[in-house]
Design a protein around this ligand. Structure first.
Ligand code: NAD
Length: 307
């Protein structure tokens, strides 16, 4: 599979394109000649983003969309393809929300909102647009924005970390399937971005009960953290390079290496070299798995399916 290196004229669908990381992507890929559609749940922010981009010579097509709404997602994709007269071949699942609060106080509403947008919204993006990309047969690239938070648990952002872990896993799975269709896959895992995510709760429908902290002092302390995050354009340039190199993981934050080493080290430490209670067990399981793979491959060869 050839990685996407020439972006000129391709059509991109960027969720969360009105702000932060998504707006940075619209700038960077728009300047590279991509025809960008920016989708966001906030109509006012979209209008502002379109104006900002236009001043910089990037003509973006705005779509008001709540990514948790599947029917609206399909209509949005139709609208974008009709507007540009070409299929979407670059998908950026970038929209996301975060909510801070102690894991033991998070409510069903909190889980539904945070998992709904960060995981459900990405599933909807993949299910709506990937089949169109495959049918169009023009290759392309799919990016989802997860987080380094997806590699470990967090007392204060439990549902968010769980959603991001699932997105990482999903992209690992798509990366096994999409290259056969000429489509690359990247999961971008940022640590901190200069963005408006400290105000994510403002996009949320009223909740009956919530453990998410939204008092002014707390939101201000979050704002201060994100004010020092990576410039969204800078982050989008890292992403562009990862797409050009067809890299599955983009984690352009040197400061997280030690934490990741500790996390993965802890996981590997749980795997013994041998199982002294069942010395033959591992061999038997591996042989069973190899037989299963062999028969699956034979079935795929017979039916022409991709395994
Ligand atoms: N800010 C960080 O430090 C950080 C760190 C790691 C990962 N991320 C991830 O980066 C991505 C972009 O976030 P950001 O930091 O640029 O925040 P942001 O708030 O500036 O931008 C996110 C955009 O998504 C939109 N959005 C929210 N819910 C939506 C919905 N249901 N449908 C459509 N649009 C919706 C918002 O209106 C907003 O414009 C998110 O997936 C986030 O989880 C952010």
């Amino acid at each position: 599979m050839d990685a996407v290196k020439d972006f000129e004229g391709r059509v991109a669908f960027i969720t969360g394109g009105a702000s932060g990381a998504g707006l940075g992507q619209a700038r960077v890929f728009g300047r590279a000649g991509v025809r960008v559609a920016i989708a966001d749940v906030r109509a006012d922010a979209l209008a502002g983003a379109v104006d900002d981009l236009a001043r910089e010579g990037v003509e973006a097509f705005p779509v008001v969309l709540d990514i948790t709404d599947r029917a609206a997602y399909a209509r949005a994709a139709d609208e974008v393809e009709a507007h540009f007269g070409d299929p979407i071949t670059l998908l950026f699942n970038t929209a996301g929300v975060n909510g801070f609060g102690s894991i033991e106080t998070m409510t069903y509403d909190d889980f539904d909102w945070i998992l709904g947008v960060n995981l459900g919204g990405v599933v909807n993006g993949l299910r709506t647009i990937v089949p169109r990309m495959i049918a169009a047969g023009r290759g392309g690239h799919v990016t989802s924005v997860a987080s380094v938070g997806g590699f470990e648990g967090s007392r204060m952002t439990g549902p968010y970390s769980a959603a991001k872990a699932a997105v990482i896993s999903l992209m690992e799975s798509f990366a096994l399937a999409l290259p056969a269709h000429g489509i690359g896959v990247t999961v971008l895992c940022p640590a901190s971005i200069r963005s408006n995510i400290s105000e994510a709760h403002l996009t949320r429908a009223a909740a009956d009960a919530s453990g998410v902290l939204t008092d002014d002092a707390f939101v201000e302390s979050l704002r201060e953290v994100y004010a020092h995050g990576m410039d969204p354009e800078h982050l989008a340039l890292h992403l562009k390079r990862a797409i050009e190199r067809d890299e599955l993981y983009a984690i352009p934050y040197p400061e997280v290496r030690d934490d990741l080493e500790r996390t993965f080290g802890r996981i590997l430490d749980a795997v013994p070299d041998t199982d002294e209670l069942d010395l033959e067990g591992a061999e038997q399981r591996l042989r069973a798995l190899a037989r299963f793979r062999e028969s699956a491959r034979a079935r795929a060869d017979a039916t022409g399916a991709v395994t």
